[in-house]
Design a protein around this ligand. Structure first.
Ligand SMILES: [Zn+2]
Length: 596
């Protein structure tokens, strides 16, 4: 009797507890995602119930919300040093950088519950400790509603793409304009996760795959880590996902938008994006993009499987990955890294492709009688295997020899501050000095007409220059002998996609500040032509060859102004200098102190 009573008691409490631990998503039958309060409360409930889990706050959003991060370690350790001392690697999983795409949040809450409470799949924590950010964009998440994602099939309500300042956090990794990203970078550089998973839902054409993925294998990531992604991680995760009933394909664009038969293309991601940024930090990363038209439950399940399989592979590969990352960090800081040309701009080939099988849906393009444009009509009852050209080869479109150091004038402290956020070590001059630097003179620059992420971006060509410049006390010296050398080049080489120049950090450098009065210049120009026959020849040539010029008085007179000694010789000159000479760098070291 007593045994029976005990048995019934156990049955009741265990069923109650299973009920208790159901996630909001599960209780809704896979139709809904929880709001911020429910999500964070569940994370705290997990961490209170399990000695393996704890929570740290990354920081605060512009609207004052906390951005919590869970730390899950088999011994309940809570800092990177103690975890690494145990030989484990650290994996960061992030959800809701785009809160309209919350799949990763619901997938991880279930996975962590199974790990921590039901103690299933505990081997996933054997050699790996997990950092989990359930909601990175917390303010955007609370702009909750039914109408935030017009193309997407669930959940019933969801958050908004951008933060409360209407900025997209997944364009902000390198420029770091938002408070959220500035605090994220602090966390990232403290933990330096060995692998980073960022979870999304994609828009675009319709096809069979519930999940596509992005990994950086196009030349931005260290070659050892790239080979590991290509030869170990990718084939393994791909076959495990297929076994789980979720065949996957690389995250691709179509050569013609919405038209898979036009061919597939992919390429290097710039450091403004999550997985792109991690590569510049010598860390492999995985971008998960579930497909918008698959129902929410399917997408969450696919995301969960992809994370589970990735964690499983990482557990087996922990020692190898650790060694490769260490080698990448050491070789990036070594002089050899700068002894050959560095690919500043990597482009995708438009000619070189391989044929691949793509699991699509049959579709037709009809001429729209409403808009006159192409209307792609997909028939998701007709799956078809297409054999398509995949343009996945890349080449270095701009290369440069990286310097021994960059030097930033004292007055450009904003640039130095942003660089420090990336874990870049900087020192400052304790006295003014003259240095021979290489730098750039910009030409043919063009400003984007519409604002992008609150900035006016600029594209520019340039010529390399070499000159002696005076740098004032307090100027910043950034040695390339550090593991973050790729991040430094990404920010400071103007041709790098999403460089600080391109983002508009230096826009005032392109502005002419003094002008000649036309009646002054009209007479001065005449005198110049009489005095200088070479100038006269040049002028006549320009007048006969350039109609935009020859019909514009202002341009003509400004041209003459540019030939006078009054012209601003610092116009369109890059303020950042590059130091190649080791002797002058060691000279600078003697008159500089590290910034901590
Ligand atoms: Zn997204």
């Amino acid at each position: 009797m007593r045994t029976l009573f005990f048995f019934v008691f156990i049955l009741i409490t265990s069923s109650l507890s299973a009920q208790d631990w159901k996630t909001y998503f599960e209780s809704s039958g896979g139709l809904k995602t929880p709001g911020y309060d429910e999500t964070i409360a569940y994370c705290y409930k997990l961490s209170e119930a399990s000695p393996l889990a704890s929570i740290k706050n990354i920081g605060f959003s512009p609207q004052g919300r906390e951005i919590p991060m869970m730390i899950i370690d088999r011994d309940g350790l809570t800092d990177p040093q103690s975890i690494r001392a145990k030989g484990r690697i650290i994996v960061l999983v992030e959800a809701c950088i785009h809160p309209g795409e919350p799949d990763g949040k619901d997938a991880m809450l279930m996975l962590l519950r199974d790990l921590l409470i039901d103690k299933i799949q505990k081997d996933l924590l054997e050699n790996v400790s997990i950092l989990f950010i359930p909601i990175f964009n917390v303010d955007g998440h609370e702009r909750f509603g039914q109408y935030n994602r017009i193309n997407q099939n669930g959940p019933e309500e969801m958050g908004w793409r951008t933060n409360s300042q209407n900025l997209n956090l997944n364009r902000d990794f390198l420029k770091a304009d938002t408070p959220e990203m500035q605090q994220w970078l602090k966390m990232f550089n403290n933990w330096l996760p060995d692998f980073f998973i960022d979870t999304h839902t994609t828009d675009g054409a319709d096809y069979q795959y519930a999940l596509t993925y992005g990994i950086e294998t196009f030349g931005t990531l260290d070659s050892g880590l790239t080979r590991w992604l290509n030869n170990i991680y990718e084939p393994r995760v791909s076959s495990k996902m297929k076994e789980s009933g979720f065949p996957i394909f690389p995250y691709v664009m179509f050569r013609k938008w919405h038209d898979p038969r036009s061919g597939l293309r992919t390429g290097a991601s710039p450091p403004m994006l999550s997985q792109g940024y991690a590569a510049f930090q010598n860390r492999p990363a995985l971008l998960i993009e579930t497909h918008m038209l698959k129902d929410y439950k399917t997408r969450v399940e696919a995301t969960r499987k992809m994370i589970e399989h990735t964690l499983s592979i990482l557990n087996h590969q922990a020692a190898t990955l650790k060694t490769l990352i260490n080698m990448a960090d050491v070789s990036t800081a070594a002089p050899g890294f700068r002894s050959q040309k560095y690919p500043v701009l990597i482009k995708s080939s438009t000619k070189d492709s391989t044929m691949v099988q793509f699991e699509g849906f049959d579709y037709k393009a009809v001429k729209s009688d409403l808009t006159g444009g192409d209307w792609f009509i997909y028939d998701n009852t007709k799956p078809v295997t297409m054999t398509l050209p995949f343009f996945n080869k890349t080449y270095a479109a701009v290369e440069t020899l990286l310097p021994a150091a960059y030097i930033i004038p004292a007055e450009w402290s904003l640039i130095a501050e942003r660089l420090r956020m990336h874990g870049i070590k900087i020192s400052r001059l304790t006295e003014a000095t003259e240095v021979v630097v290489k730098s750039y003179k910009f030409r043919d620059f063009d400003f984007r007409k519409t604002s992008y992420e609150g900035r006016q971006m600029v594209t520019t060509a340039y010529d390399e220059i070499e000159e002696t410049r005076k740098f004032m006390k307090g100027s910043y010296v950034i040695s390339m002998e550090q593991r973050t050398a790729r991040v430094i080049a990404a920010a400071l080489e103007p041709a790098s996609p999403g460089s600080f120049v391109e983002w508009g950090f230096f826009n005032q450098v392109f502005e002419q500040k003094e002008y000649s009065e036309s009646y002054v210049m009209e007479s001065m120009a005449r005198e110049m032509l009489v005095k200088d026959p070479e100038l006269k020849k040049e002028f006549e040539m320009k007048m006969s060859s350039d109609k935009n010029f020859s019909t514009d008085q202002e341009k003509i007179l400004n041209w003459f102004y540019s030939k006078t000694p009054y012209w601003d010789n610092r116009l369109a000159i890059y303020p950042i200098g590059k130091i190649y000479d080791n002797a002058s760098l060691s000279g600078l070291r003697k008159i500089s102190v590290a910034v901590d």
